[in-house]
Design a protein around this ligand. Structure first.
Ligand code: JAH
Length: 257
């Protein structure tokens, strides 16, 4: 997969040389190129922003500079065009399903904004010739899109073939197949600072362990993320699951039919 990142802080992307994404780059799975937006600034001060039409606080990133940058990174004649990912607090929520979709793409371009954001015509114009996704990682505002691009790239990189050693660890994960939070995990020693590993995990009784883990996942999800329970396929809950959830006061949503 080829990945381009356009930013006014190229050094912010330095962690992409480390850990999982760094290894994916060394092995050739990811071809990552980071670009300084100011290369496409034209004035003496290499400015990339200007005051907002209509007034208001802060500065807005200029469409001419962004247009030149995107034309250089992804020339309009090149096919197939990349998918453009724009991190912004006003984007669609990024989730694991979206990470899987991005991981299937051959070429991603990240446009990292700063200040009050990028002139809206940049996304409008780019969308006439490439797929564009404005994505949010959650309901908070960062100083710019760089940290969000790092997060999205790490979520995508670990899904690429050959990046994670044991592909089983991709199956059994929070926000994976079953739509529940992960159960708690334990390792040695059995007793640590007065806290014990739950007995059932020491029995070797695989059916009981699976049931206990399932109950823990249901409890955690009900407690921390009831919104995920409401989105579950009712077919994915067995009678025991429903009993556990009823005990926690969860009422199944009315069927649609
Ligand atoms: C802030 C451009 N949802 C996380 C997120 C993503 C991007 C930004 N903030 C939060 C952001 C300022 C300018 C992007």
């Amino acid at each position: 997969m080829r990945v381009d990142v356009v930013t006014i802080f190229p050094d912010y992307l330095a962690p992409l040389g480390l850990s999982l994404v760094g290894r994916a780059r060394e092995s050739g799975v990811i071809d990552l190129r980071v670009h300084d937006l100011r290369e496409w600034a034209t004035d003496r001060h290499r400015s990339v922003d200007d005051t907002p039409y209509g007034g208001g606080a802060g500065m807005v990133m200029r469409p001419d500079v962004w247009g030149a940058a995107l034309d250089a990174v992804a020339p309009p004649a090149v096919t197939p065009a990349p998918r453009l990912v724009v991190p912004t607090p006003s984007g669609r929520p990024f989730d694991q399903a979206f990470a899987r979709k991005l991981a299937a793409e051959p070429w991603l371009v990240f446009a990292c904004g700063r200040y009050e954001g990028i002139d809206a015509r940049v996304v409008a114009e780019a969308a006439t010739r490439m797929p564009v996704d404005e994505v949010s990682l959650g309901d908070y505002v960062l100083g710019g899109g760089e940290a969000a691009a790092l997060v999205v790239l790490e979520a995508v990189a670990r899904l690429l073939p050959g990046v994670v050693g044991n592909p089983e660890s991709l199956v059994e994960e929070s926000h994976g197949a079953d739509g529940l939070l992960e159960y708690p995990v334990y390792t040695k020693p059995v007793s640590w600072r007065g806290h014990e590993v739950p007995d059932v995990l020491l029995t070797g009784h695989h059916a009981n362990i699976a049931r206990w883990r399932r109950d823990q996942a249901l409890r955690r999800t009900a407690e921390r993320r009831p919104d995920l329970l409401d989105r579950l396929d009712p077919e994915s809950l067995d009678a025991h699951d429903r009993a556990v959830l009823a005990d926690l006061g969860w009422v199944p949503p009315a069927g649609e039919d």
